[in-house]
Design a protein around this ligand. Structure first.
Ligand SMILES: *Cc1c(COP(=O)(O)O)cnc(C)c1O
Length: 451
């Protein structure tokens, strides 16, 4: 059957804005062709990010009303502990305001100054926090991950030879922890296999190196394992998720993804000394350990969201939606990063509009074109984002990230029609020139002009 049944019905609706092409022309000009500068109300379908854009369930909204706002020892905190313990097996949890706070506390506590932290691919806040603490962030993903057309089922896997060579070369003392990001966000939302996680853990533990998960999309990764890894079809995503967490000495989590909430994060640890230090660090900047920078109601919504995200019907709908978008675009000849990841489709702008050279930002041109013709907002991940200074971006991509439980199949069909139409008109796409940019993280606020 072709129809994707959303496993929910809709109780609250939020109107979305239908602008005219002419209105969008002037909106684009006012925003200096930077889609971050456009008001969300002027976007018809917003695929800028899947982070914090979730729609909450009726059970979560009910949980919000049960939020205990006591400063210390709130009931909501213990409810969150129970939920996290059931799913991950971790007894000690530190709530944080979002994922990057968990990262900062972890790296400050464990100490990365002058040391190296390997990962399959570091997410940008993870890398930035390691570098801020004086460490070096190293990406050791398998080579297949760098080929946009490779259909390897676990393109997020860590390259064990590279990891082993690193340990050999630098010595285990210089590696305070090793991380694996599930799913691999910076590498296109690609999953990591359970076999790979097991081997990374074994290798790390043989050398006394703590093994950590960046587990933002743990449920999506577990679902991919169930679908793709040999011999695991009869397991539930829940039991696979538990096995992934059982391998780890700790985890950083942004609850804005698979926590199915709009704000929040978690830091999970096993080592008692580390927990003690991390908790003191948490008090310094986030808040008392039983709320950690969140309201009691946020803790409640997260406790519930973590349970809902492991529902097989939800995960099937979620992954199928992204896969469906990818399939239809491929059928229309649109070049995308394959296979589709868990949370987003990445259009390959280099192949989409080869007439535009990297210095004229093909990804930005594509993203601007998509907003212009259809009011859809994606994000450039290419030379605008990564091409500062002497750097060169390895790929020119436009990411269409899928908010959770927000859009229906007809919204996705509209996106497919719009991208297909833009592909037909691709020879008309024009490159851009930067007229003004800040010294760092320029993609958020740079101003452009069309050539
Ligand atoms: C979003 C994300 C983070 C950071 O989390 P925030 O909640 O945005 O601070 C870290 N790692 C990965 C893989 C992410 O996707």
């Amino acid at each position: 059957m072709k129809t994707i049944i959303e496993p929910f019905r809709i109780k609250v609706v939020e109107p979305i804005e239908l602008t005219t092409r002419q209105e969008r022309e002037s909106i684009l000009r006012e925003a200096h062709f930077n889609l971050f500068a456009i008001k969300a109300e002027n976007v018809l379908i917003d695929l800028l990010t899947d982070s914090g854009t979730t729609a909450m369930s009726s059970e979560q909204w009910a949980a919000i009303m049960r939020g205990d706002e006591s400063y210390a020892g709130a009931r909501s905190f213990f409810r969150l502990c129970d939920s996290v313990r059931e799913i991950t097996g971790f007894d000690h949890i530190l709530p944080t305001h979002q994922g990057r706070a968990s990262e900062r506390i972890l790296f400050e506590t464990i100490g990365v100054q002058g040391k190296i932290v390997p990962n399959n691919n570091h997410f940008d806040t993870t890398r930035a926090n390691i570098e801020h603490c004086g460490g070096q962030a190293l990406d050791l993903v398998i080579d297949e991950a760098r080929d946009p057309q490779s259909r390897h089922p676990f393109k997020g896997n860590m390259d064990l030879d590279k990891l082993s060579a690193l340990i050999e070369r630098e010595g285990a003392e210089r590696i305070p922890l090793c991380m694996v990001t599930i799913t691999n966000n910076s590498g296109g939302g690609q999953p990591v296999s359970l076999a790979n996680l097991r081997r990374v853990k074994e290798l790390c533990h043989r050398h006394g190196i703590p093994f950590f998960l960046d587990a933002c999309r743990f449920a999506e990764n577990a679902f991919f394992i169930r679908k793709r890894e040999k011999g695991l079809q009869d397991r539930s995503s829940r039991s696979i998720a538990r096995e992934m967490f059982d391998l780890a000495d700790g985890a950083t989590i942004s609850a804005k993804k698979d926590g199915l909430v709009n704000i929040g994060g978690l830091l999970l640890l096993r080592d008692h000394e580390l927990i003690h230090q991390a908790r003191n660090n948490l008090i310094l900047t986030e808040g008392f350990p039983t709320y950690g920078g969140l309201a009691g109601r946020d803790l409640e919504a997260l406790a519930q969201g973590l349970q809902e995200v492991l529902d097989e019907r939800y995960l099937a709908y979620r992954i199928r939606t992204v896969e469906y978008l990818g399939e239809k675009l491929v059928e229309a000849g649109v070049p995308i990063l394959e296979p589709p990841g868990g949370h987003a489709i990445y259009i390959d702008a280099k192949r989409f509009c080869p007439q535009i050279p990297p210095q004229h930002f093909p990804g930005q041109a594509l993203a601007v074109g998509l907003y212009r013709i259809a009011g859809i907002r994606g994000v450039e991940i290419g030379s605008v984002m990564f091409g500062e200074g002497a750097h060169q971006s390895p790929m020119e991509l436009v990411r269409l990230a899928m908010p959770r439980r927000v859009y229906t199949q007809s919204h996705i069909d509209y996106v497919i029609e719009a991208v297909t139409e833009l592909y037909r008109l691709r020879s008309e796409l024009r490159g851009l020139r930067i007229t003004e940019a800040p010294p760092t993280l320029r993609h958020f606020s740079a101003k452009f002009e069309e050539l």
